[in-house]
Design a protein around this ligand. Structure first.
Ligand SMILES: [Zn+2]
Length: 369
């Protein structure tokens, strides 16, 4: 249903979106860092101020995200100035350029640009991507591939298979195992430790594993959380593997359930459940940062979903009311901490956040005075 809505919207949007302004520069290419570069980018898909408000009032205490000292607000619109989809939203973060609907890792003229993950790989950093949906979904796809349509999932999977991404955890087994050109899993198993269930995942000897591929469902793992490991567990495993590279790493961690729950206009407690798991993953990142202080953590949504409003009627349970089953243009909060975090504060466009991420993985802003 979601896909149909987005595809219909694309038909109407494509003319306006492709007439966008010229791509902006993606930031300085001059890496100045001498030390390791460690960047954890956390996407709470669909999370705006209202979703964070839901978590705040449900637990009546500050979330772990509140320990990240820098706060910003991000304008998430796509290149034509309209409400974004997850393809254009994630691509703004991955290449630092606003683009059109469904575009992945390329600008509105279908020109592919180096992604933050690819820039990290080029500098010899380790990389990883973790999500609760299929690993070929828009957010990870924007960092690990270049396709004109986010729905080209076989194409996205094939591009991952040709890269050297150390950690891939999520759903989407079908797009690898049933690839039209033959099973990508057969080839990837020669390089990766491969798991398909939470039990197999729990048995992985992380100290002896350099590359981990976990595909826990044919497509998305939503809404049955039991088919996959928890986000905190997946984040911990990824950090254990990536931490071993003395040059550093770039790690993308995504909770897509937060988007799905709001698309489905779920009740207040369900919305909070998604936020709790997101925040528990942020806690894992913060614990890592405490042990390894030179780590930059950036947490943000790619857009708000549902037009959510949280109300606390007197004498009644908290209530979630939605304006839409789609995305909204409400600004989303950004939280950051660690070296270079200050640059992410204030009012930012999604493309500016992407440009800053690019500079971060190049070591450019991490050692700034
Ligand atoms: Zn969405």
């Amino acid at each position: 249903m979601k896909a149909v809505v987005v595809m219909l919207a694309t038909i109407f949007m494509v003319a306006a979106c492709s007439a966008g302004t010229a791509p902006r520069a993606t930031g300085s290419a001059a890496g100045t860092a001498s030390g390791p570069t460690r960047v954890i980018f956390i996407v709470g898909d669909g999370t705006g101020v209202a979703q964070w408000s839901a978590l705040l009032v449900a637990q009546d205490a500050l979330p772990a995200a509140a320990r990240l000292p820098v706060i910003g607000l991000v304008d998430t619109r796509c290149d034509c100035g309209r409400t974004t989809d997850s393809g254009a939203g994630a691509t703004a973060y991955s290449i630092g350029i606003r683009t059109g609907y469904t575009m992945i890792g390329m600008d509105a003229d279908s020109v592919a640009h180096t992604t933050v993950l690819e820039a990290a790989e080029a500098r010899g950093l380790s990389t990883g991507m973790v999500t609760t949906t299929h690993i070929t979904d828009a957010t990870p796809a924007a960092f690990g591939s270049h396709v004109a349509s986010r729905y080209d999932r076989y194409g996205i999977a094939a591009q991952y298979a040709q890269k050297d991404i150390e950690v891939l955890l999520g759903g989407g087994r079908w797009y690898f195992a049933q690839h039209p050109s033959g099973s990508l899993v057969d080839d990837m198993r020669t390089r990766y430790t491969y798991v398909t269930t939470p039990a197999e995942f729990a048995r992985v000897d992380l100290q002896a594993t350099d590359r981990l591929l976990g595909l826990f469902a044919d497509s998305t793992t939503y809404p049955d959380r039991s088919v996959r490991p928890s986000l905190p567990d997946m984040a911990r495993a990824a950090l254990t593997i990536l931490d071993r590279n003395p040059r550093g790493f770039f790690l993308l961690l995504e909770n897509e359930d937060t988007d799905d729950l709001n698309h489905d206009n779920e009740p207040f407690d369900s919305v909070v459940g998604g936020m709790r798991e997101l925040d528990a993953m942020i806690e894992v990142a913060l614990e890592y940062q405490q042990r390894v202080p030179g780590t930059l953590i950036v947490v943000v949504g790619d857009h708000e979903t549902g037009g959510l409003m949280v109300t606390l009627p007197r004498g009644e349970a908290p209530r979630a009311t939605f304006q839409t089953g789609g995305h909204s243009a409400s600004m989303v909060p950004l939280f950051a901490g660690g070296p270079g975090a200050e640059a992410f504060g204030g009012w930012r466009t999604n493309a500016e956040v992407g440009q800053l991420l690019m500079r971060a993985v190049q070591g450019d802003i991490l050692n700034a005075p």
